[in-house]
Design a protein. Sequence first.
Length: 213
Amino acid sequence: MSAVSLAPRALYEEVAELVRERIYKGQLEPGSWIDEVKLAQEYGISRTPLREALKVLAAEGLVTMKVRRGAYVTQVSERDLAEVYHLLSVLESDAASDVARAATAAEVAELKTLHAQLEASVKNHVKFFALNERFHMRILEIADNRWRNQLVADLRKVMKLNRHHSLLKSGRVEEALAEHRGIVEAIEKRNPAAAAKRTQAHFASGLEAAHGG
């Protein structure tokens, strides 16, 4: 039987990733108009794959398409943030509860290691943000509900439009680390209710910081 030839990644997907990273890095600011002609020239592509890429980003909530006005980087309102944090709190607290109930000893040890790495990276913001997301996503992976994971991944893309600002607020990193520590402790003690409650508290604190509280 001959080997199956896999199609290369579609061009529009590669372009979507490039634009997504520019949005996350603040090179394309929330509320700003996306100059399709300029971007297409910069990437050396036609407008077609760029438009397809923007449709992908619009489906993720990162881009807003306006009739006869083009594409804009989504500007997240306070209501948007509250709704995203609420859903993340519900979904991730449910996952933390599942992990406390069913994780293996090796998986608990992995979460403890991830948290230790997070504690050690507080002076490196890029690394800290990456490890912070990895910690949250690893809990979801261990809980092993692919539909929940997909919902959270999409919601987190929208949250990234604001999350760096909230984590950089004075004292918020230390608070987040203490909250993570509490979640890990509850998981290690096999206490599903405490793991869920501490995860909910973590998101409540994160939303308060995001709103400037």
